[in-house]
Design a protein around this ligand. Structure first.
Ligand code: ZN
Length: 346
């Protein structure tokens, strides 16, 4: 099969070709629960740039060359002998983790803490014609959703959903929720909040383009991140701050600002990463704020997100590239010129 293969790291992201488009052996069914998916679309994620930079090589055991791509959807091409829930030809989206179902964390639904493989991060992923996954990871798509249109939900959408769902569970009418960052993840998070709770949604971003997108996605208020965003949120919330702040940026000023925008006894959710949380313990006890981390999402989260997408309550802007144009997609992402989410199509 054809694949876009990462053959060496590029710590400065300066090469013209990050990946090599080449022939590689087809993946094979080796276990009874294995599934081979014919890839219909693979989302191109900022994490892929971090993989190319080598940021992940100390975190996971992976040997080059290998195939990136952890946001995958397609059609079932082949199944192992025990697979019962899908058949050859079914359209599916792949949960990004191949968790071990026997682990206690997996039995509780927390696949991301249950060990197992992360195709595209620590093993071959979906920048290819075929992807090896397993029955435990696939979700059959309704006929309304084409694989290439939903692939980025497998990680970007799932992560945004996971955090927004936690917030929606405690947000009441009359409450406020802030989304910091209305880009790839943030614009999905805003739609999820709009669909799942009655709180007033405030979007904060540096870019007017992103703020316009936020409005289209259902934000009730938009605030430009120009240095006065904390004051603007406090003024909108009668000086108290928001019951929930979801930080899709997680670096630079957004961390300190996000905590300041959070009301006493409120929740600050971290989704974007790269920065540091620094808060005096005395402030924590006086304000009773809760700081919550978010890692991908569960299999049920992805099922629920597909239900929202099926009803048209969440939509995703995508830009399509051929698999052979993977380097162009990665460069466009790096240069910030992708409108919506880049998807590679074999
Ligand atoms: Zn991703």
């Amino acid at each position: 099969m054809k694949a876009a293969v990462l053959t060496s790291y590029d710590t400065s992201l300066s090469r013209a070709d990050f990946v090599a488009y080449q022939d590689v052996p087809d993946p094979k069914i080796t276990g009874p629960a294995d599934i081979i998916v014919r890839v219909g679309g693979a989302g191109v994620c900022r994490t892929d740039l971090h993989v190319i930079e080598g940021l992940w090589r100390d975190r996971v055991a992976v040997a080059l060359p290998y195939i990136m791509g952890h946001e995958n959807a397609g059609w079932v091409e082949a199944i192992g002998t025990s697979v019962e829930t899908v058949k050859v030809g079914d359209p599916v989206i792949c949960h990004p983790l191949l968790s071990k179902g026997e682990a206690l964390a997996a039995r509780r639904g927390n696949d991301m803490h249950a060990g197992g493989a992360f195709p595209g991060i620590d093993s071959n992923g979906g920048y290819a014609e075929l992807l090896k996954t397993a029955e435990r990871a696939v979700i059959k798509l309704p006929l309304t959703l084409a694989p290439k249109d939903v692939a980025p939900y497998a990680d970007a959408g799932l992560t945004a959903y996971h955090a927004a769902k936690k917030a929606a569970r405690h947000l009441l009418p009359g409450d406020y929720v802030v989304a910091i960052g209305a880009g790839g993840l943030g614009h999905i998070g805003i739609q999820v909040l709009q669909a799942m709770c009655a709180a007033e949604i405030i979007a904060v971003d540096r870019s007017d383009l992103a703020l316009n997108l936020a409005k289209d996605c259902g934000a009730d208020h938009v605030i430009k991140a120009d240095g006065n965003e904390v004051e603007a949120v406090l003024s909108l919330t009668q000086g108290a701050g928001a019951e929930a702040v979801i930080d899709f940026v997680g670096e630079g000023d957004s961390v300190a600002n996000g905590i300041k925008m959070t009301r006493n006894a409120g929740y600050y959710y971290i989704v974007g990463y790269g920065g540091k949380v620094e808060i005096p313990t005395m402030d924590m006890i006086v304000t009773e704020k809760t700081i919550v981390g978010n890692l991908v999402g569960t299999y049920p989260d992805l099922v629920e997100l597909m239900a929202l997408a099926d009803r048209g309550l969440v939509t995703l802007a995508t830009r399509e590239y051929r698999l052979s144009q993977a380097n162009a997609a990665l460069h466009d992402l790096k240069n910030g010129t992708v409108k919506g989410r880049a998807v590679l199509i074999p």
